[in-house]
Design a protein around this ligand. Structure first.
Ligand code: AOF
Ligand code: ZN
Length: 367
């Protein structure tokens, strides 16, 4: 039966880049053919996935794909769904109701839905209707697939990716944080692609001042879509900058209002200054990193790519508030400058990107 769930997980990934902030979900409906020579027979009669935010959920698409002559088989069939079927009316009606109405025999899932609008009620509805329910099948794969969605609801903060480039001898910038070109053009482009994949990008005060970054996706052409190829840059995420004392110069690219930007500060008397007046440039008060992440959660931001500098990285590391680390290592040497953070966590991949080496680690502390 794992093979059917693996198929459902594979289908779910087809929604990548199109369903956020919803999770990617896949569904396979299998007619249980009984045992033959001790082997369980099963035939897939329907498949579907959540294709686009606001549109039909995986279960509905799977049911719609069943040929008319197979519809009568539903009571003898199992729905393999990567996530607990929903129980609420959102942009879509509840999938649990649909499965009950179609008289599905059994439902098997990877994970419970952490969204409080669902939170176990999908399973409860199915069980109350006499449907067999099993959950926790390939749960780790399901969690990994929707790491942002789960982190957001379970930890009440966005999924945090720390990203930097370092020299062979471990420097991230020159003396006093002076910007130095470390990684190559291909790595640079890949970072622009990553920016488009997350809800937000964050930098600290020194990086904002010294690098004057634009934090947009101008080097990446955007998701490949059906139909004519879309030219122009990818989806620009929200920019976040930390400016504790509101001392950054107003002419930085970050303040040019070309993209929604949030400035976090600690000037208590200026708490909500400007908040509603200019939605593209919002000032918000945060006493600590935890406060800041809680505020991002309230603003419905599910993930953030943190692009430096070292002070900001150290805060995330010291409080164990990070999920992933992406490190480019170049073949250059610097001899002196600002040291990169010490890599930690579980190594998940290592590959070449142009002339650089990219290593990805995931936090394994179970924070
Ligand atoms: C499912 N199957 O394929 C997905 C689910 O606004 P709506 O109606 O689209 O609901 C979004 C919520 O529904 C989302 O936050 C998550 O809890 C659940 N997503 N559920 O049964 C699906 N995408
Ligand atoms: Zn649903």
């Amino acid at each position: 039966m794992d093979i059917f769930m693996l198929r459902a997980l594979e289908l779910a990934t087809l929604g990548r880049g199109h369903v956020s902030p919803n999770p990617m979900v896949g569904c396979v409906i299998v007619h249980d053919g009984g045992k033959q020579d001790g082997i369980q027979n099963g035939r897939i009669i329907g498949e579907g996935w959540h294709q686009r935010y606001g549109q039909a959920h995986a279960e509905r698409n799977a049911i719609l794909s069943i040929p008319p002559e197979d519809l009568a088989l539903l009571p003898e069939s199992t729905a393999y769904v990567t996530l607990e079927p929903c129980s609420h009316y959102g942009k879509q009606p509840p999938c649990a109701d649909l499965l009950i109405e179609k008289r599905i025999g059994r439902v098997i899932c990877c994970n419970d839905d952490p969204n409080p609008l669902v939170g176990g009620q999908g399973f409860a509805k199915l069980r109350a209707a006499g449907i067999d329910v099993e959950t926790g099948i390939l749960a780790e794969l399901g969690q990994e697939l929707n790491a942002r969605f789960f982190t957001f609801f379970e930890r009440k903060r966005p999924y945090i990716i720390l990203k930097w480039a370092e020299t062979t001898d471990g420097f991230i910038s020159g003396e006093g944080g002076k910007p130095i070109k470390i990684s190559g053009d291909l790595a640079h482009r890949l970072v622009h692609r990553w920016r488009g994949e997350e809800d937000a990008i964050m930098v600290g005060t020194n990086t904002a001042r010294l690098d004057n970054p634009r934090l947009n996706t101008r080097l990446w052409p955007g998701p490949i879509q059906a139909g004519p190829i879309q030219a122009g840059p990818g989806k620009n995420p929200i920019r976040i900058v930390i400016d504790r004392n509101l001392s950054l110069p107003a002419d930085l690219h970050l303040f040019d209002r070309t993209q929604p930007t949030i400035v976090y500060h600690q000037r208590e008397h200026e708490r909500e200054a400007n908040e509603e007046a200019a939605p593209t440039l919002v000032y918000a008060f945060a006493r600590s990193l935890v406060d800041l992440l809680t505020d991002l959660h309230q603003r419905n931001i599910q993930s953030a790519l943190v692009e430096g500098g070292t002070t900001l990285f150290q805060s995330f590391l010291a409080e164990d508030l990070w999920d992933e680390m992406r490190v480019f290592r170049s073949q250059t040497m610097l001899d002196k400058g600002t040291k990169a953070p010490v890599v930690q966590g579980k190594l998940v991949s290592r590959e070449r990107v142009g002339e650089d080496e990219l290593t990805i680690y995931k936090n394994s502390s179970g924070n």
